[in-house]
Design a protein around this ligand. Structure first.
Ligand SMILES: [Fe+2]
Length: 280
């Protein structure tokens, strides 16, 4: 059964810098928010921190997506059941519209490396990732969305392309895809593939959410730093993608050099503009 995703319109990755604005009055340009799950989950053996109260106040007005960075779905480590139980507590408290994490690994032998690291796309990795996603969905009692990564190296041992790997994961687990258009662009420049061909290979009906973000450049590599405005090439790719797959819940991720609201809102309004050009 294919998943169905509601188009929630235009959203924002809500960060502490925006809390006071959103607590005062929800900006009319934003119809949902995404937060980083780990910033609101309770610590092991503890109750929720005060940040949850802020989130619940925002939640009174807007749907919330929970976006995790530590699921570690690609690691050879077993799933961290304690982490999943704490995530489940947050899900029960917030009733989120979407729960997502990344197609990557973030640690091994119990160590969290605090980075989203790339995977070799092999039959063995596919078995590992699909078994773990199926178990995560069982434990959480809901569908997970996985995000395509931005990568800075590729494995010569890979036997599948990234879109082939993602297609297999979606088919085998019925999870959804969080399509990060900037990640596709960053990887396409770093590895020299065609970004549109990559996106054309993805199943549109499995795409439940879109990320847009800025990146930086270091020694010829594009790095997914979320500390700059979305670049013109990524806007063009997003416009083309929306024409291809239709309107999907789309949002801005900004984690560094966060500008004043009026400036950040220009990017939110630009998503509105792109979506208004699309008939469906
Ligand atoms: Fe992203």
């Amino acid at each position: 059964m294919s998943p169905l995703f509601k188009d929630m319109g235009v959203g924002l990755g809500l960060r502490p810098a925006h809390h006071s604005l959103f607590l005062e009055k929800t900006p009319a340009s934003v119809s949902w928010v995404e937060v980083i799950s780990e910033n609101y989950m309770p610590w092991t053996g503890r109750d929720f921190g005060r940040s949850l109260q802020t989130l619940l106040k925002v939640r009174q007005d807007l749907p919330v997506a929970l976006h995790g960075v530590s699921l570690n779905i690609g690691s050879s480590d077993d799933l961290d059941v304690d982490y999943l139980k704490r995530l489940k507590r947050l899900i029960d408290a917030v009733d989120p519209a979407i729960v997502s994490d990344h197609l990557s690994w973030t640690g091994v032998r119990g160590e969290n490396l605090h980075d989203l690291l790339p995977l070799p796309y092999t039959a063995e990795t596919l078995e590992l990732v699909t078994a773990k996603i199926a178990r995560v969905q069982d434990i959480l009692g809901r569908q997970l969305l996985i995000e395509n990564p931005s990568t800075y190296l590729e494995f010569t041992m890979s036997t599948l392309s990234e879109p082939e790997f993602i297609n297999e994961v979606l088919k085998r687990t019925d999870c959804g895809l969080l399509l990060d258009v900037n990640n596709v662009y960053v990887s396409s420049i770093n590895h020299g593939f065609d970004a549109k061909t990559y996106i054309e290979k993805l199943p549109a009906d499995h795409i439940g959410q879109i990320h847009l973000a800025g990146h930086s450049q270091n020694d010829g590599l594009l790095i997914d730093t979320h500390d700059a405005p979305v670049c013109d090439d990524v806007w063009q790719l997003y416009r083309w993608t929306t024409g291809l797959i239709g309107k999907k819940s789309a949002m801005i991720e900004r984690d560094g050099n966060i500008p004043e609201w009026n400036e950040l809102e220009q990017e939110i309004l630009k998503i509105h503009e792109v979506r208004s050009e699309i008939a469906r």
